[in-house]
Design a protein around this ligand. Sequence first.
Ligand SMILES: NC(=O)c1ccc[n+]([C@@H]2O[C@H](COP(=O)([O-])OP(=O)(O)OC[C@H]3O[C@@H](n4cnc5c(N)ncnc54)[C@H](O)[C@@H]3O)[C@@H](O)[C@H]2O)c1
Length: 437
Amino acid sequence: MKKPVTVRPAEGKLGVLLPGMGAVATTFIAGCMLARKGIAKPFGSLTQLGTIRLGKRTDNRSPYIRDFVPLAPLDNLVFGGWDIFDDSAYEAACKAQVLERRHIDAVRDELEKIRPMKGAFYPEYVKRLHGTHVKKAANKAEMVEQIREDIRRFKEEHGCARLVAVWCGSTEVYIEPQEVHATIESFEKGLRENHPAISNSMLYAWACMKEGVPYANGAPNLSVDFPAVQELARKQRVPIAGKDFKTGQTLMKTILAPGLKARMLGLSGWFSTNILGNRDGEVLDDPESFKSKEVSKLGVLHTILQPETYPDLYGNIFHKVRIEYYPPRGDAKEGWDNLDIFGWLGYPMQIKVNFLCRDSILAAPIVLDLALFMDLAQRGSFHGIQEWLSFYFKSPMAASGLYPEHDLFIQSMKLKNTLRWMMNEELITHLGNEYYD
Ligand SMILES: NC(=O)c1ccc[n+]([C@@H]2O[C@H](COP(=O)([O-])OP(=O)(O)OC[C@H]3O[C@@H](n4cnc5c(N)ncnc54)[C@H](O)[C@@H]3O)[C@@H](O)[C@H]2O)c1
């Protein structure tokens, strides 16, 4: 392994740019503002609440992560972004109906000042939305240039020392990586020629790479998951991460599946369904957008359970995932999971999980952690895919030829060991000190 890097300090303001300022983005922004004022706590955020053990257990050294690595403090964050609707962050937060009025109103003045920049939007990639606050450009290459100008202007106007972007926009239709995504040259040609396999989120990602802005992808869109953009990220020395925030049902899956496997309990079926009624649910009601989500959700069990290695236990799993748009529930999603498992001698058992969750409440701390860790990564000269942030994603990106790690506990260990490595601390192996001859 290379010698750990020196991490540059987190001086000055950090601009957090959010393409897509809907439920998740506004819940994140308002939450940071409330936490800064001491009105509410940022539960769910590792960067704000997590600790990290250093050295031996007898050393008693477990600082907060935020005291161990130089992260941008909440007070230094400045928020901005793009949307295809003109609502301020205050109006969007009210419409999203995630947070209660007492919370939104406590930071109303600050939220009202945040107005989205015009979105880059070709409607064929999100069929259920009809944006009104959109850029006009002769072609997709020009659209990228307009986003780049927005980025530079935002940095200048807000006096930011650094920027980071987290895609919180809608889920786009399913696109397979193809020829146009292969190299920087083919992609740039595709931009000039308005290639149909270049979606909106790719335009933002490309602009960010060009401007040296780290980019994390919260949706299952390809965005930064194709060879050309990864090559550009390495060339520009920019960190990228994705994809699709790991929040409700998939979070539960990556908590439960490693447990079953650790105990060598078999699985014959896993049926997951949920109802949700927010705008995300409406977008996912379109079969082509749902397809992106489905692919992202289905990959999880296979890598955790390794059916090739354990054919008797996991070689014949029926795995099905459904999402139903059901407006009365808004952001308060309800998920049902039925697991058919088997134990000693093949005797069957069932596990039922009924998760009454709140989508954006689970996603907001992920946005915060990703923004802060991606900024840290850049100051530590990390670039390209940040596999150590797999912890936060349903469908983590991995270097070519490597399988992604889905097990939440391995992901957590990987994240913390990367932080130790970054700061020249010993990695923790969890080896015991039992007596032996
Ligand atoms: N909340 C969760 O638990 C969770 C988990 C995983 C992934 N996600 C993903 O995060 C994203 C955001 O979720 P949400 O609940 O906030 O959805 P949302 O619909 O409330 O917000 C998305 C916003 O993106 C905007 N948008 C769409 N295309 C755009 C473009 N080209 N440019 C700028 N803005 C654009 C929409 O107008 C909307 O305001 C979705 O893709 C969702 O699938 C959410």
